[in-house]
Design a protein around this ligand. Structure first.
Ligand code: SAH
Ligand code: SF4
Ligand code: F3S
Length: 436
């Protein structure tokens, strides 16, 4: 039986790097003559999965189950991403409804895997080949959204005791300078006005003695590129040059996503974070010294094994000290194979719930205050997508706030006066239709 697919759909879960990988998989399939579709009846469905927190694998199996059609048939199904890497052949053992399992470093081989699956054979590739997928992937799409992602660094050598990423993504690797600059040019030619440089530890990027700030400076020289961002950074890789770039490079947006995870040094140690609360706060001091309006974002885990009430109070305390523009917080989730999963003193779910609620209330309060402080000011917005009501558009401020306006077109970089603010978005009045 040959079931060569003609249409495909890629559904990505998890972090921005997965979104980027999903786009690259789509471009690869398109280059093979397949047609993208949002419809439920795609011939090939790629589930690009995330393994970071609980029940990731279970969610994939129920997602796979839902692909079965009323007449009993189903599309070709590929499980890609971090669950594919972590579970591997186990996925094929668990279900007959998955044809392809392909890891984050092997998806450039999708065409061969699809061809094999079309013959009715199961296909698995979770290699982490020395030759990078980037060397063989086709060029970027001819048209891209105004705000584009560009992965420059992959993998992680930090081995925080709770985290699966070093296992699912492999060791830290930086893409070469020229490959990145070429891809940035292609994205700008295809309509990108903003590029977000991505990496699991993006500020660890390094190539031939050049660092992330050198790359940012080079991209800033591209006339049609208006904005540059980068995420996620690790405190230990925060070089002076990158901080200085926040002063020297106008196109670099005043936003820093720098996770601290906990406000307790004892917990940071158990997490193997290799920075302290103090060293973290000093980084923010340096960043604010050169760029006083820089917005600080972060990630927090509550209920790490052994976390006492006192440790948790210390987390609230550091959040107070930092003053976030936004932040993400999660309940600790034991991940199979990580050291923290077998540590004593796992925290009870109701204690975690309570702590998460208190932390999130504080973060929402800070986020609202940050947004309210911008009311009455004039700023810019890059319009990225349609809003909820006809004629409305949603753009992003330099500080990554969503701004709702009622004129302009997607891709415009406009000037706005901020008229109102809520916890999650601002309302803007357009003062100039082209700010740059
Ligand atoms: N490389 C980045 C982000 C990694 S994953 C960094 O180190 O900052 C994104 C976030 O998920 C992490 O910052 C952490 O807050 C959270 N996370 C990772 N593993 C987790 C786990 N086992 N349980 C709960 N949250 C977790
Ligand atoms: Fe995970 Fe830590 Fe690496 Fe971030 S730095 S990806 S949290 S191991
Ligand atoms: Fe998830 Fe993998 Fe990203 S586990 S957060 S998709 S690196």
């Amino acid at each position: 039986m040959n079931r060569s697919p003609k249409t495909y759909r890629v559904k990505s879960f998890g972090c921005q790097m997965n979104v980027y990988d999903g786009e690259r998989m789509a471009e690869l399939l398109t280059s093979q003559g397949l047609e993208a579709t949002d419809a439920e009846d795609a011939d090939l469905v790629v589930l690009n999965t995330c393994h970071i927190r609980e029940k990731a694998a279970e969610k994939v199996y129920s997602e796979v189950g839902r692909l079965r059609r009323e007449d009993g048939t189903r599309p070709l199904v590929a499980v890609a991403g971090c669950v594919a890497q972590a579970e591997g052949a186990e996925i094929h053992r668990r279900t007959k409804d998955v044809d392809i399992v392909v890891g984050p470093q092997a998806y450039h081989r999708l065409p061969e895997l699809v061809a094999k699956a079309a013959q009715g054979k199961r296909a698995l590739d979770t290699d982490m080949p020395a030759a990078s997928k980037f060397e063989v992937l086709p060029g970027r799409a001819r048209q891209v959204r105004p705000s584009a992602f560009l992965t420059v660094q992959e993998g992680c050598d930090k081995f925080c005791t709770y985290c699966v990423v070093p296992y699912t993504r492999g060791a830290e690797v930086s893409r070469p300078w020229n490959a990145i600059v070429d891809e940035a040019k292609a994205l700008v030619d295809a309509g990108a006005r903003e590029i977000t440089l991505l990496g699991q530890n993006v500020n660890a990027w390094e190539h031939d003695g050049r660092y992330l700030h050198d790359l940012i400076e080079a991209l800033a020289a591209m006339p049609d590129l208006a904005r540059i961002r980068y995420t996620t950074s690790h405190p230990n890789d925060m070089r002076d040059g990158l901080i200085a770039a926040h002063r020297d490079v106008d196109k670099l947006m005043p936003f820093l996503h720098l996770p601290v995870q906990s406000g307790s040094d004892r917990i940071l140690k158990a997490m193997n974070r290799s920075h302290s609360t103090e060293s973290y706060l000093r980084i923010l001091d340096r960043a604010r010294a050169v760029r006083p309006d820089i917005a600080i974002s972060g990630d927090y885990i509550v209920g790490f094994p052994g976390e006492t009430d006192e440790d948790f109070e210390a987390t609230l305390d550091i959040v107070w000290k930092i003053g976030h523009a936004q932040a993400f917080s999660f309940k600790y989730s034991p991940r199979p194979g990580t050291p923290a999963a077998t540590m004593p003193d796992q925290i009870a779910p109701d204690v975690m719930d309570e702590r998460l609620k208190r932390l999130q209330a504080l973060i929402v309060e800070q986020q609202t205050a940050f947004n309210k402080a911008t009311v009455g000011t004039r700023t810019t917005a890059l319009l990225e997508r349609p809003g909820r009501h006809p004629g409305q558009l949603i753009g992003k401020s330099p500080w990554l706030q969503s701004i709702v306006v009622d004129e302009g077109a997607i891709g415009d970089l406009i000037e706005v006066d901020i008229a109102a603010a809520g916890p999650n978005s601002l309302t803007g009045v357009v003062t100039r239709k082209q700010a740059a």
